[in-house]
Design a protein around this ligand. Structure first.
Ligand SMILES: Cc1ncc(COP(=O)(O)O)c(C=O)c1O
Length: 396
């Protein structure tokens, strides 16, 4: 049966991780796969999560199925984080939502839901965007179109070009936006730019599809929700895919939220039934453990405060690593001005060097990151930053 299928080349990021593991150079540096790492290069279980696990071990008395929408406490807690404590759309009963297996699961079921709403719908994604957006959204049957986003030469967002392209959209078009901490570039929209996007969405009638996988890693948990809240509170419809992989460190527990802000309460009921039927046709119901942990954390003031402190520490650490790298590059006499790294947000940055330079730094200095020049900032630490800066300068 399966011999008819073509042999696929390995996923570029997973392939990179495999090459890193095989590399025997003791000074090797891994800036590839997108997981948070501490100063020791470890991805530990967050302390708030470890405490919630102890509570859950005591509390969980059965492994029977959970409800199709998942834990309601998780959904309510996550919606408050994303939409705000006093969200008007929540009070108006306009938000349908389910727990889903990670941000990927959320992106996929929302795309499947959209595909049920019409034929040949187009989803506009930023150029570049997270590579997995294409199969997750495209395989559901939506046509992928791109809008200009990052200008490598200028090392920043080309907002005029983005807006010019989005003026071509209309009702029935979907526009994927990164809620914060754009993956792969780290270049985020300013609040003023979100304001302009809102006006354009009102004029053109496109549906914003917001992917938020790094809430709290940019400027703060509240600050990073600016665009989501603005669009959700001022447009008739918005959809949101949120991941708890990074900011709760729940990667392998596959924990995410798919939310649909609808026109009115009656449509909310339709959307709720439809998203659950989409999930039923793929995986029935979401995994329980991760969502139950988030529910425990967000419902307990002390645990929530502890979690927020941990998120703040992770964010501050990544921001200080950016500064440290830029300083080391300057100190070592880099010709190129890398100060743009300090303005980028979250876990990723584009170094804005060529794929040839990326491959050279990998081959000669065992520094591993993807050809696009995206680095995982959290992979930098006090011990490797000097080596990294010198290696980078040597390939410029
Ligand atoms: C932009 C973006 N969206 C969504 C996800 C999905 O994350 P997960 O499925 O691991 O929750 C990721 C993970 O890297 C991401 O970078």
């Amino acid at each position: 049966m399966f011999e008819v299928l073509p042999q696929l080349s390995p996923d570029p990021i997973l392939g990179l991780s495999a090459s890193f593991r095989e590399d025997t150079n003791p000074a090797k540096i891994d800036l590839g796969v997108g997981v948070y790492k501490d100063e020791q290069g470890k991805t530990p279980i967050m302390s708030s999560v470890a405490k919630a696990q102890n509570i859950l071990l005591e509390r969980e008395t059965t492994k029977t199925y959970i409800t199709p929408q998942g834990h309601q406490g998780f959904i309510d807690g996550m919606l408050k984080l994303l939409l705000g404590e006093n969200s008007k759309v929540m009070m108006a009963d306009r938000v349908a939502a389910v727990m889903a297996p990670g941000g990927c699961g959320s992106l996929r079921i929302l795309s499947e839901l959209l595909a049920r709403c019409g034929d040949n719908l187009k989803c506009w994604v930023s150029d570049p965007t997270w590579a997995n957006h294409i199969p997750l959204i495209g395989s559901a049957g939506l046509e992928i179109k791109t809008y200009p986003y990052f200008d490598k030469e200028a090392a920043g967002i080309n907002f005029d070009a983005m807006m010019e392209t989005l003026k071509q959209t209309g009702k029935g078009d979907i526009v994927l936006l990164h809620g914060c901490c754009h993956n792969p570039t780290g270049a985020d929209l300013t609040n003023a730019q979100w304001d302009e996007i809102l006006v354009l969405a009102q004029e053109r009638g496109f549906l914003p599809f917001i992917d938020v996988a790094y809430l709290g890693f940019g400027d703060g948990l509240e600050e990073d929700a600016y665009g989501i809240r603005l669009l959700a509170e001022n447009l008739p419809e918005v959809i949101i895919a949120a991941s708890c992989s990074k900011n709760f460190g729940l990667y392998r527990e596959r924990t995410g939220l798919a939310a649909i802000v609808t026109n009115d309460s009656a449509t909310r009921k339709i959307a709720q039934g439809q998203i659950q039927s989409v999930a039923r046709a793929i995986y029935s119901m979401p995994p329980s453990w991760g969502g139950a942990l988030v529910d425990i954390i967000l419902a307990d003031t002390a645990l929530k405060n502890e979690w927020m402190t941990e998120v703040n520490e992770m964010r501050n650490r990544m921001s200080s690593l950016r500064t440290m790298l830029v300083d080391k590059l300057t100190e070592n006499g880099a010709d190129k001005d890398f100060s743009f790294l300090n303005t980028q947000k979250g876990m990723f940055s584009y170094l804005c060097i060529t794929p040839e330079q990326v491959r050279e730094i990998r081959a000669k200095h065992a520094v591993y990151f993807v050809d696009s020049s995206r680095i995982n900032v959290a992979g930098i630490n006090q011990n490797n930053v000097d080596t990294l800066a010198k290696a980078l300068i040597s390939v410029l």
